[in-house]
Structure formats: C-alpha cells, structure tokens
Design a binder for this molecule. Sequence first.
Ligand code: NAD
Length: 539
Amino acid sequence: MSEPEVVIKASSISFPRDRKISFTNGELISYDPATLQENGRVKVSSEEDVQVAVAHAHQAFPLWSSIPLGERISNLKRLSNLIYDDVEEIAALVSRECGKPKIEALTSEILPVLNMISVYTSQAEKWLAAEKPPFFWLAWLLGKSAKITYKPFGVVGVITPWNYPFYYDFGPALMALLAGNTVILKPSEYTPLVGKKAQELFAKLNLPPGTFQVIHGAGDVGQALIRARVDKIAFTGSPKTARAVLATAAERLTPVVMELGGKDAAIVLEDAPLETTAAGVAWAGLTSAGQVCASVERVYVSEKIAKPFIDRLVNNVQGLRMGQGLDPEVDMGPLTNERQLEIVKGHLRQAVEHGAQVLTGGKTKDQGLFFEPAVLVGVDRSMSLMREETFGPALPVVAVKDEEEAVRLANDSSFGLTASVWSLNRERAEKVAQRLRAGAVTINDHAVSAGLPNMPWGGIGESGFGRIHGRQGMQEFVYPSVIVGERFPRWKRLWWYPYNQKSYQFFRSLLVFLTNKPLLDKIRAISHLWRNLDLRRLH
Ligand code: NAD
C-alpha cells in the first residue's frame, strides 16, 4: 500500500514541541495543542481552598437537599438554555483546549449534555422515587410494611479527565445535584477553562451558595479533595490514577464510582457491509484523535474479508484532513497533550520493533501535537499496543479465523468498557454481543450508548466499576435507606423480651414454612403456631 498523504490544514502554524502542563505563580495555563498559543489561565486551588470549598459544600447540603426535587429539577433545567445561548463559545473553547474539531465538541459533548439535562430532569422523579418491595408473606404476617427511600450522600467530589471535558464536567455533577448532593468539581489540569465555564453557567442558576463549586489543579488538588471530608467521589480517568484515588479514599472509606480506560474491540464478521464498516471503524478509532475511553483500539476482522476491509479502512484513514479543530473542514485535530503523544509514539514504536507493519500514518508532524492516524497489521498481544490503553489515533487490525477466535481475542483484555460487532445478521451479532465482556456492546456502530443518558455507562475490570447515566447512574449518588412500618403498634412484638418456651416453639414451627417440606408438615405446624402465639397488648 502506498504511503499516506495526510493533509495538514494548519500548515502555516509553527511552534515549539514542548507543550506541557504549566503552572506559573500559582496559575494554571491552558494551551491550544494545535497552535501552542495560550488559551487563558486559572488560579490553582491550595489545600486550604479545597478545605474551605468542602466546608461550604457541607453547609449548603441541608438546604439544597431539602429543596423539593421538583424545584431542583426546574432549577437545573434552566442550564439547557444557558448552554444553548453560549454554544459557539463552548464549542470553540472545547476545541481550543482539547484540539478536537468543533463539530465533535457539538456532537459528542454539548448535544449529549443537553440530552442529559432533558432525560435526567424528566426521569429524576421516577429514578429517585421511593420503592415498595414485592409482597413477602412473613413480613406481612409479622405486621411489617417496608419501603426503600433514596437519600443523597452529602458532598460529592467530581474529578474529571481532559478528553471530553464539557461532557464529564456536567454529567456526574448533574446527577449528583438532582439527587440532592452538593458538588465540588475538579476538572483536568489540561482543560481548566471548560471547568471555569461550567462554574460560570452554574453560577447563573443562583443555587444556594456552596451547592456547586469548582477547584483547579492537578493530581495533588484531586488528592486534597479526596482527603477533605467528601462523602462520595465520582472519578473519571485512567486506571493508574484510579488506584491512587482508591488508596486515599480507603482512608475514610469514602465510596467511589470509577469510570476508567478501555481497549475496545470491534469485531467485523464476514457479512459486514464493507464500505460502511470501514468508515464506521475509522471514525470509532479516530474520533477525538483516538482519545476516547471507548475508542476502537483493536479490530478483529474475519479473514474472509480481511484484505478488502483493510484496504477500505486505509483509504478512509488516508482521506482524513488534519488541522486546527476550529476549521469546520477538519476531521482530526492534534493530540491534547505531550504526555499522550509520547504514549502513542511509544506503543507504535514498540509494536514495529516486534514486527508490526504500519500501513498508513504513524508519524508526528513538525507542527503542534499532530500525529498521523495509523493502521497497523501484524500485531499481537505481546505488544503494548494490543494490551494497554493507547488513547490515540492508531487502529491495529487482526484477521481472525472465525467468530470463536474473535470473541476469545476480544475478551482477552484486562479492560471491559465497550465493544462493537459489525454484521448484517442482527441475531448473530446479538449472540456475539452477549458473549463479550464489556459494559456496552454496539451493533454496526460504536460506543453510542455514551450519548444515551437513559442507559447505564461504565465497564468492568480495569475499565472501572459503578455506572453513570441511566437509573443505575443516578443511584450512584444516593444510598438506599429502608423505612419499616408497624401495623400493630400497641402489641408486644413476638421476638421481644421476655423470651420463653412458648415463643421459642412459635418460631420453631414457623421455620417449616420457609422449607420445601410436604404440605402435611405445614398444616400440622399451623396448630403449633396457634398454640404458641403469645399475644400481649401493651399500653
Ligand atoms: P488521569 O487519570 O490522568 O486524570 C483524570 C483526573 O484525575 C484529572 O482531573 C487529574 O488531575 C486527576 N488526578 C491525577 N492524579 C490524581 C491523583 N493522584 N489523585 C486524584 N486525582 C488525580 O486521566 P486523563 O489523562 O485526564 O484522562 C484520560 C483517561 O480517562 C483515559 O484512561 C480514559 O480512558 C479515561 N476516561 C474514561 C472515561 C469513561 O467514561 N470510562 C471517559 C473519559 C476518559
């Protein structure tokens, strides 16, 4: 295959290649990874700032949680118009901080957030409503009635990554607030201005002071937040950081919901439509320059169609136009930060040293943090490219003998975020989906459930635990609290003092009804129950 011709649209831009996260005089500087121009700066929060913020959030909690849910809903609903009014500014800001095309800021950040607001606010009453458990005869016989209520934790610390800053700065926070918690958001140090924008938008709602606050900084500020007395942590980031988060959360036994990395597999069966699948897999592996927790990072294609599929995939990838994300005619921007660029380069270098062939792309440019999207073959599990999260524009492809081999290889991963199956046979695709170890499987597309706020989002293994979105996601921000009622409040309960032989015999006879003993035994037990029933009315 010929060497790719990737068009760099931002060709007039030149800048040093050492864009790193910088702190100057207590300020965090945000850079555009395409131009390395400064976007702006924010003040880094000190340990004391964090403690003050947490104290304010605790003070705000009793008021915010006591506001009726309907009012909290109407308050937060107002965010949609505020976001819509600033849509151009937000899209440009996301693009300038992450490097992604503005259209991606629109389709995979702003649109899903508006959708979240719409779905969460319409469903919150149902998702948070008290529940009556199914009828259980023993509880009824003993005079009990019970229900499950859902109570907010208190102060929720939300720690977010840089790859989908707007989406993650809003998603968990919205659920936590609707559920009645107060929230402290710590956005990524690479995208502080999006976090600042979230703060501005929430400020326009005039929520009780301390209900939603933003603190800024890197991992040390994240640690300070966990060490402060927060009641729940919603963390989205890498498995490596997750371990540090868990270690600190363990000190206070603070509960955590973890949305971590992925190594998503796309399984392309022999009846998949070639053109569409190649276009879909290219998008799924390369959108946001491959910096998606649910990027396709491994492609397993039936050997029967491997050659034509790979040709089409390479064609698709070679047709991508790279450049600054603010240009609407650009398909892919640069990587967001130097650290990520180094990881991607390292994975590709090691794969090539171990025998992989790069069919297209795989090179840096002299400009910004651009990296030509790559398609590779000749890859195997000995390579970090096939085991660890690459989080960059690389699509390694493996031809497989059959469905069995595809499923086995796809499941051979420490991650389990999402996966996709590509086939025109819906029934067969669903059967394959059923066998994949992942939090979501998409058929003939990839990871779209991230945009369906009524569906739980999350993974297993190194992809994390717990869920955001959907009813399950909302329930991460409440704890079930059972209320048990008494139908005979004036009567001494049968299990209270004083204990005696009669009550022992009563419960002894009751046990048989919880076994599979013959009906005759149960009928006999009824008379024992009656004889030993020790009813006493007290005053
Ligand atoms: P990261 O783990 O480096 O950082 C995430 C957040 O944690 C940042 O705000 C960072 O400042 C903070 N942090 C860093 N060290 C910390 C520490 N020791 N204690 C507390 N907080 C700390 O991740 P990243 O590079 O920002 O984002 C990329 C990762 O996030 C990838 O692994 C990606 O797959 C994952 N991600 C997962 C999802 C999901 O829904 N599963 C979504 C987006 C991103």
